[in-house]
Design a protein around this ligand. Structure first.
Ligand code: NDP
Length: 257
C-alpha cells in the first residue's frame, strides 16, 4: 500500500462503509497523501461522527460537503478543493458513493426508483468526474512520472459484480434491477472515460470491492470493509495503462462485463 503515493485523493460518500474505511487506511499509511478530501453530504450529521473523529486525528483529512447528485454542491466542492490544492492538481478521484435499490421484480419495478438509482450511481459519478477533470488533467500534466498510475491521475469508479451482464452475480439473493442496470451503465461510463481521457494519461477503472459488511452489503456479506479496502489500495498501487478501461475485483482479477 505504501507504493501508492498520490499527493491528493478525493473520495465520495466517505462518512460510512467502504468510503470511510478508505479515508482511514489512506490517513494511516506511513506515507499518507498530503490532502485527503473526505466528502459526504452531511458533514455535521450523526452519520458523519466517525469521520469527524478520524479527521480530528489526522491533519491530512479535509471534510468537504458534497452531494453527488446536486450540481451546486459539486460546484462548491470543486471551489473548496481547488483552494486547498493551491495551484496543484488532484491525483486520485474515487467515485465511491452509491445507493442500492429495494428488491422488486422486473415486471413490477417502479420507474421512479430506477431513475433515482441511475441518478446517484451513474449521473453522479459522471458529473463528479467532469467537475474534477481540470484538476485531474493538471495533476497528469504536472507529473514527472511517465505513463498512467493512480498516484499520478486516476478515476476509480466503485461498481459491483452485480452489474456484470455475463454473471448477474447473486441473482437469487436479490434481483435489484435498478442497481444492476446502474452498475452496468457505470461500467460503460468508465470504459468511455478511459477512451476519452487516454491522451490526458488519466487512468480509469471500475472496481468490484467484494461483498462487504456495510449498511449496503448487509450482514450476510463475506468480507470486512477493512480487508476489502486494504486489498483495493494495494491493487491501486499496481495499476498502469495496461488496466485502464477494465473491470476488476478487489484482488485485480479481470471480471466479465
Ligand atoms: P454504504 O451504503 O455503506 O455507504 C454509501 C455511501 O454513499 C454513504 O456514505 C452515503 O452517504 C453515500 N451516498 C449515497 N448517495 C449519495 C449522494 N447523493 N451524495 C453523496 N454521498 C452519497 O455503501 P458501501 O460502503 O457498501 O458501498 C460503497 C460503494 O461500493 C457503492 O458504490 C456500492 O454500490 C459499492 N459496492 C458495495 C458492495 C458491498 O457489498 N458493500 C458490493 C459491491 C459494490 P449518506 O450517509 O449521506 O447516505
Amino acid at each position: 500500500m505504501e507504493r501508492l503515493n498520490p499527493r491528493s485523493v478525493l473520495v465520495t460518500g466517505s462518512n460510512r462503509g467502504i468510503g470511510l474505511e478508505m479515508i482511514k487506511q489512506l490517513a494511516e499509511k506511513s506515507n499518507p497523501p498530503q490532502w485527503i478530501f473526505a466528502t459526504c453530504r452531511d458533514p455535521e450529521g450523526p452519520r458523519t461522527q466517525d469521520l469527524r473523529t478520524l479527521a480530528a486525528q489526522h491533519q491530512e483529512i479535509v471534510i468537504i460537503p458534497l452531494n453527488i447528485t446536486d450540481p451546486s454542491s459539486i460546484k462548491s466542492a470543486v471551489t473548496m478543493v481547488t483552494e486547498r490544492l493551491n495551484g496543484t492538481g488532484l491525483n486520485l478521484l474515487i467515485n465511491n458513493a452509491g445507493i442500492a435499490s429495494h428488491d422488486s421484480k422486473v415486471e413490477s419495478q417502479a420507474p421512479e426508483a430506477m431513475a433515482e438509482v441511475y441518478k446517484t450511481n451513474v449521473i453522479g459519478p459522471m458529473m463528479i468526474s467532469q467537475a474534477f477533470l481540470p484538476l485531474l488533467r493538471k495533476a497528469s500534466r504536472d507529473s514527472p512520472k511517465k505513463g498512467m498510475s493512480c498516484s499520478k491521475a486516476s478515476i476509480v469508479n466503485m461498481s459491483s459484480y452485480a452489474g456484470s451482464i455475463t454473471e448477474v452475480y447473486l441473482w437469487n439473493y436479490g434481483q435489484v434491477v435498478p442497481y444492476r442496470c446502474s452498475k452496468a451503465a457505470l461500467n460503460m461510463l468508465t470504459r468511455c472515460q478511459s477512451l476519452s481521457f487516454r491522451d490526458d494519461e488519466i487512468l480509469c477503472v471500475t472496481l468490484h470491492p467484494g461483498w462487504v459488511l456495510t449498511d449496503m452489503g448487509g450482514n450476510m456479506a463475506q468480507m470486512t470493509a477493512s480487508s476489502s479496502v486494504a486489498a483495493i489500495l494495494n491493487l491501486l498501487a499496481d495499476l498502469s495503462e495496461k488496466e485502464t478501461g477494465t473491470f476488476l475485483n478487489w484482488e485485480g482479477k479481470v471480471l466479465p462485463w
